[in-house]
Design a protein around this ligand. Structure first.
Ligand SMILES: [Zn+2]
Length: 135
């Protein structure tokens, strides 16, 4: 007999052997599906940003995420789409954007979704401080 080990919506601990956790069970199904789509969308964008190149196929995938109803996510998506246009390559991406696409750079540093990415980057490149004003 197979036991469900993870909640199908959030990956949490399932409740009473069902495929859903206690928290998700309290919510309407439509809300759970919405949350799951948002979570998957976030994962997808982080994956794209971690790749060495954002491909044309990735750009198509991003178009399919446009109907996710979440204002914060929508802004994140718009920024990643802009990044894919101006700097699809990961190498030197933040430096190029900071120096040549200042309006986009401003949106990136003000967006919470990027905080962890920029932190990782400045740890690996000790001389680089993404929040510094000088160029
Ligand atoms: Zn759950």
């Amino acid at each position: 007999m197979s036991r469900v080990r993870f909640c199908k919506y959030c990956g949490g601990k399932p409740y009473r052997g069902q495929g859903i956790c206690r928290e998700c069970e309290k919510r309407p199904k439509a809300e759970n599906i919405k949350r799951l789509r948002l979570w998957n969308g976030e994962e997808t964008l982080y994956d794209f940003l971690n790749q060495s190149n954002i491909s044309d196929r990735n750009i198509k995938t991003m178009e399919s995420l446009q109907d996710i109803e979440d204002e914060g996510f929508r802004q994140f998506l718009e920024i990643v789409q802009e990044i894919a246009k101006v700097r699809p390559f990961k190498r030197r991406r933040w430096i190029v954007i900071r120096d040549k696409h200042q309006a986009l750079w401003q949106r990136i540093i003000e967006n919470d979704y990027f905080e962890v990415l920029l932190e990782e980057y400045s740890v690996q490149n000790c001389s680089f401080d993404p929040r510094s004003e000088d160029s």
